[in-house]
Write a protein that binds this ligand. Structure first.
Ligand code: FAD
Length: 834
């Protein structure tokens, strides 16, 4: 047993094995993998081995795409055949909405480069006559994926890893982690067989490692406890059944016909594939319970739960409906195993919260499909500093300290049940809500607010009718313009023409202060620091020069800053900020004190030409007529004002691009302030506005959003934010940013799209037949009366006036690159005095 390594991977399932392989392939010579039992003895052994390329997420699609390509190369490298049956994958649709979903997915597939084909019911019938098609609308077909033997592919990766120098030790369990300040001291116990169980022996060891990766599958809760962090990876029971041979299938195959592709009847919530002339049915049914919420018992090894046939009866019957010959075929085998989930279904891949050199790869529900790509991109992060794609959607810090075991378990059950439920882009799931509510929540709800959930917070997406039934928002969803669209349009118009009030309480807020605060932030962010009482938009970069966080930085005092960033990313932003400050101080910088004050401050944004008139009704000042005028309160400044009896930190910025203020207020006074604003607003026709309208409006101003235009795959210069980058100073990531150059460029496009739909920000952009970029945001512009989008294109196509096409619903629509900030390009409206 080695006692010191560069990287220690814990867990010998498909995921851990792939990570060890890819670390070695990326050039790390001293890698060891530890497994408490045998390789593949976790969930990996009982997986059905399907490798679906279909995924609605951009990063995850890249990961799956890599895996499918990589697995095809393994035999040549290792001599081991992993049983990859490239039979393709046919995803059928029973409804028009389902076809719309596939078309939206196809946008992502195109931007990633995943091949797909459309099939009509008649084409399906002609190719696979055993499949009933009379009630189908069509299907999307992936010719390049299929299924693999999960144990064999893991063994092939293990062999490849060993060939590249990785040491694999079995029957060693990690029981403790201790960070010494420069490396991890990892305590191990030798595991032995006793009465059929795997139990710890007296033999122990210690390994020191510069980096540790945990890929512990169903044991994630134990790993979390050992590390002293929270990991929302909790398994749910998942079953599949195997039938006896189907004579009709046997006959069809005997006639020389090829194997069926993996069949997915999404509306019936199952997949089916051939298995020795019979069928495997894998349902994603309602009511599958979470398991191992606190730990996996020692007695549970490569075990299974008993089959619950009642739970999957509906899906079983629908398989018989779809493949009528399966009706008379008996059941041969069944599997009911733990399958790890996370609340949003994405695994947790990346740096662990609050810890150094500790990497998580936990919570995989499609771990066979994701293993290859996860290993590849995580190794890039560890070895090179960043992956070539933005891995934020998978980052372990997308859940904050508010997340509990109960939340994760119930959300994971919901996520399992939703695997095949229509993935509307405007979908909002119901479980565990409301949980994080600001004081004005009840008032907003009573006024028709339809809430979305951001980082656990309830935030109005739009305001529907006051007396709307409970199901209003659900019924309003669509892949085109949902029932909410008219409401969002009226809200956007209200801001452009009158005044609107937005709840932005979910914003992440940090207070950074202390003698070292100014020097630290100057180094940490790329723009000039604001003067006291002023505001700057600025960016913290990664070491690779790409965007890590966007901040609205308010300088409260010489050495005190209020840093506002995106609401969805509180823990993600906090982790980077705190670690950077620790490094700064360790290198001799002055003391910096950082507080997450997110839950102490509520935020309302008031915007629109009449916003000043509303505030003037309630502002208290010796000279109320001038307190909000340009002279005393210029654009991009902060003033402490009083609205009625509420002290407000008012910031003159508006993400909607109108005259407006963000009103940061003590959270305990929120309902008071709300009532004041509502009363004052009534006289001026103020409308309540949600996040959807705000998202459209900010695109008219070309304001980049974090998580769409801004992320770890583009530098601020590529994002077109040159005016917020001060090249005269030194800052983290500067050199790398300059060396990267401009690989693609962020642009705003006005689009002549279809009459009933707007882009969602996933669509591919074309120049003639050539794919030249992708949208990252999309919506409707009330200022221009047509669709709008933002995205990245080849740099030579970023010129204003370039005419491109955007693919929506299988058609290409005209799109034109317009100047940045097509609405009010000179900011005259925002600066308006009064
Ligand atoms: C019935 C069923 C069907 C499925 N079908 C598919 C499918 O078709 N396609 C697909 O992509 N996915 C499928 N899955 C999901 C898939 O099985 C998992 O996502 C995948 O196996 C996860 O791999 P892993 O390496 O993360 O975890 P695991 O395979 O569970 O590996 C984790 C390993 O870590 C070890 N370990 C844990 N703690 C320690 C410790 N402290 N010290 C040392 N070792 C430790 C464990 O012993 C285990 O071997 C299915 C799952 C189920 C239940």
């Amino acid at each position: 047993m080695k006692t010191h390594v560069k990287a220690l991977v814990v867990g010998g399932g498909a995921v851990g094995t792939s990570i060890a392989y890819h670390l070695a392939r990326a050039g790390w010579e001293d890698v060891m993998l530890l497994e408490r039992d045998e390789l593949t003895s976790g969930s990996t052994w009982h997986a059905a081995g399907l490798l679906p390329l279909f995924n609605m997420g951009y990063a995850t699609s890249h990961i799956h795409d890599y895996s499918v390509k990589f697995y095809k190369t393994l035999e040549e490298e290792t001599g081991l055949n992993a049983g990859f049956a490239v039979v393709g994958n046919l995803r059928m649709a029973q409804t028009d909405a389902r076809m719309d979903e596939y078309m939206l997915y196809a946008s992502t597939a195109e931007t990633v480069g995943i091949p797909y084909e459309w099939m009509t019911p008649a084409q399906i019938k002609a190719r696979w006559p055993l499949v009933r098609t009379d009630d189908l609308k069509g299907a999307i077909y992936h010719p390049t994926d299929g299924y693999i033997n999960p144990a064999d592919v893991t063994m092939a990766m293990a062999k490849g890893a060993r060939q590249r120098g990785v040491v694999i030790e079995r029957k060693w369990q990690v029981d403790g982690y201790e960070w010494t300040g420069s490396e991890w001291r990892v305590s191990l116990t030798k595991m032995v067989e006793k009465g059929g169980n795997l139990v710890p022996s007296e033999e122990t060891a210690v390994v020191t490692a510069e980096h540790v990766v945990t890929a512990t599958g169903n044991h994630a809760q134990r790993t979390a406890r050992l590390l002293g962090i929270k990991i929302p990876a909790i398994p749910v029971e998942h079953q599949y059944i195997v039938t006896e041979p189907d004579p009709a299938l046997a006959e069809w195959r005997a006639a020389g016909n090829p194997e069926h592709p993996v069949l997915r009847d999404a509306d019936a919530k199952w997949y089916v594939r051939e298995e020795r002339k019979g069928w495997i049915l894998g349902p994603y049914e309602r009511g599958a319970p979470a398991c191992f919420e606190y730990d996996v018992p020692d007695s549970f090894r490569a075990d299974l739960f008993p089959l619950d046939l009642d739970r999957i009866e509906e899906e079983y019957m629908s398989m018989i409906h779809r493949i009528p010959t399966s009706e008379t075929v008996g059941l041969k085998d069944d599997f009911n195993g733990p399958i790890c989930y996370t609340p949003d279904g994405n695994p947790l891949v990346g740096p662990a919260p609050g810890l150094r050199n500790m990497w998580l790869a936990e919570g995989f529900s499609f771990g066979i499909t994701a293993a290859g790509g996860t290993g590849y991109y995580l190794a890039q992060m560890m070895v090179e500093g960043e992956a070539e794609i933005d891995m934020a959607a998978l980052d372990p810090k997308r859940y904050g300290s508010w997340m509990t075991t109960e939340y994760a378990a119930r959300k994971n059950e919901e996520c399992y049940e939703h695997v095949f439920i229509l993935h509307h882009p405007d979908e909002e799931r119901e479980a565990c809500r409301p949980l994080r509510t600001a004081p004005a929540y009840d008032r907003q709800k009573a006024l028709g607010a339809q809430f979305g959930c951001v980082n656990g917070w309830e935030r109005p997406n739009y305001y529907g009718p006051k007396d709307a039934p409970e199901s209003f928002d659900h019924d309003a969803r669509s892949f085109r313009r949902g029932g909410w669209w008219e409401h969002a349009k009226a809200e956007a118009e209200a801001i452009r023409e009158g005044v609107g009030l937005i709840d932005a309480t979910a914003f992440t807020k940090h207070l950074v202060r202390g003698p070292g605060a100014t020097d630290f932030l100057d180094r940490f962010t790329c723009n000039k620091l604001p003067k006291v009482g002023r505001i700057n938009l600025t960016y913290a970069l990664t070491n690779a020069g790409t965007t890590r966080t966007e901040y609205t930085l308010v300088r409260l005092a010489e050495n005190e800053y209020y840093c506002v960033s995106a609401g969805a990313w509180t823990a993600y932003d906090a982790d980077y900020l705190i670690k950077a400050a620790e490094d700064f101080m360790a290198a001799g910088g002055g003391y910096v004190d950082i507080h997450d004050v997110t839950t102490q401050w509520g935020v309302f944004a008031i915007a629109g030409p009449k916003s000043r008139d509303v505030l003037r009704e309630i502002v208290k000042d010796a000279e109320p007529d001038t307190v909000l005028g340009n002279k005393r309160f210029p654009w991009l400044s902060m003033r402490n004002i009083e609205l009625g009896m509420c002290p407000v930190r008012a910031i003159r910025v508006a993400y909607t691009g109108e005259l407006g203020w963000e009103l940061h207020h003590p959270i305990e006074m929120q309902t008071y302030l709300w009532d004041q604003l509502m009363e004052a607003g009534e006289k001026h026709g103020m409308k309540l506005v949600g996040a959807r309208a705000q998202n459209w409006l900010r695109q008219e101003k070309s304001y980049r959003a974090f998580g769409t235009e801004l992320g770890r795959d583009a530098t601020p210069l590529e994002a077109g934010l040159d005016r917020f980058v001060d090249l005269d100073k030194e800052f983290t990531g500067k050199q790398a940013m300059l060396e990267t150059g401009i690989r693609s460029k962020c642009v705003t496009l006005l689009i002549d799209g279809p009459a009933n739909a707007d882009p969602w920000g996933r669509e591919a952009l074309y120049l003639g037949e050539e794919k030249v970029g992708r949208l990252t945001s999309g919506g409707y512009s009330v200022a221009f009366g047509k669709q709008i989008g933002m995205g990245y294109v080849r740099p030579d196509l970023a010129e204003v006036g370039t005419r491109l096409k955007v693919r929506m619903f299988r058609d290409l629509f005209d799109a034109e690159v317009v100047e940045d900030s097509p609405y009010d390009p000179t900011n005259a409206v925002i600066r308006k005095d009064g």
